[in-house]
Design a protein around this ligand. Structure first.
Ligand code: KPL
Length: 291
């Protein structure tokens, strides 16, 4: 079965190359139909990909590593183009949408990762090895069997992959990682590892406390201490990485802050329990980015 990778950011590029290395057929979908092929390099080696646009004519596994603010439009485009039967959709994005369960199609999967990578021109740098989780996006489908072929292909490409019937919980944990790390890399203009020398720990505890309250309100149980420890671990594992938010600000692109600390601040406010630390970081990053 062929793969189509959507999103040529760091994670999409990393996955495309690693899938191709395992011998599966991989094409890329670009925003423009041209050019017909694209090259990306990793570790001094160059990989070439054919490009493909929608609608698809044969069953395909789609791996969409996109920005949170692109999700709604992308899903609408996909819905219009009617996927061939037996196709699969794997979604990967940082943060959460306010109306997620309404927009996610039945049968979609979430892939959550703590791998760290960034793009430098036509090259992708895999700066930190983490692990990943795959699970059904719709809560009602959570306990359905795992799709063996997709799971094996993604695990072979970028190990270690865990199957997660509780992917919802993993996504809240990843939300916490991004809320506790990414904004500080923008404020201090640094790689993830340099945060170990900045005074961010007290602030991370305060952010974790606010996030744990909101997660609980959404039926997800998290612990403040665990989240802060996990964030410290991800900082160590991805010490050489530039966070996706740092790279977005550096290149004048919109950031995902509205879907990270902004999501927590908005949702907490709506629930009548303000989250002032997330609110402050949300506004600070908005000020520092061009958007
Ligand atoms: O997800 C990331 C990101 O940069 O968005 C981490 C895991 C923090 C790696 O940098």
């Amino acid at each position: 079965m062929q793969w189509l990778v959507i999103g040529q950011g760091a994670i999409g590029s990393l996955m495309a190359i690693n899938l191709q290395r395992t011998g599966v057929k991989v094409a890329l979908k670009l925003r423009q139909p041209q050019p017909e092929s694209v090259t990306i390099s990793l570790d001094q080696q160059t990989y070439s990909f054919a490009t493909q646009s929608l609608p698809l004519t044969e069953p395909t596994h789609i791996f969409a590593a996109i920005k949170a603010y692109q999700v709604t439009e992308f899903l609408a485009e996909l819905k219009q183009s009617l996927l061939p039967i037996n196709s699969t959709l794997v979604l990967s994005y940082n943060g959460m949408l306010d109306n997620e369960q309404e927009v996610l199609p039945a049968g979609a999967l979430h892939w959550v990762t703590t791998h760290g990578a960034y793009r430098d021109g036509a090259a992708v740098i895999h700066a930190g090895h983490g692990e990943s989780w795959l699970g059904w996006a719709q809560v009602e489908q959570a306990s359905s069997r795992r799709p063996a072929e997709v799971f094996t292909a993604l695990n072979n490409a970028l190990p270690l992959l865990n199957w997660s019937p509780a992917i919802h919980q993993r996504r809240w944990q990843k939300l916490a990682m991004n809320c506790l790390i990414n904004p500080f890399t923008v404020i201090h203009q640094c790689r993830n590892g340099e945060l170990l020398h900045q005074q961010v720990l007290d602030e991370q505890y305060a952010l974790a406390e606010e996030l744990v309250w909101l997660a609980h309100h959404h039926g997800v149980l998290l612990q403040v201490e665990d989240l802060v420890q996990q964030a410290q671990q991800v900082i160590h594992q991805t010490a050489n990485n530039y966070s996706s938010m740092y790279m977005d600000v550096k290149h004048g692109r919109p950031t995902e802050i509205d879907y990270l600390n902004g999501f927590v601040a908005r949702q907490s406010m709506q629930a009548g329990h303000p989250a002032p630390h997330h609110q402050a970081l949300w506004h600070r990053v908005r000020e520092l980015s061009l958007y």
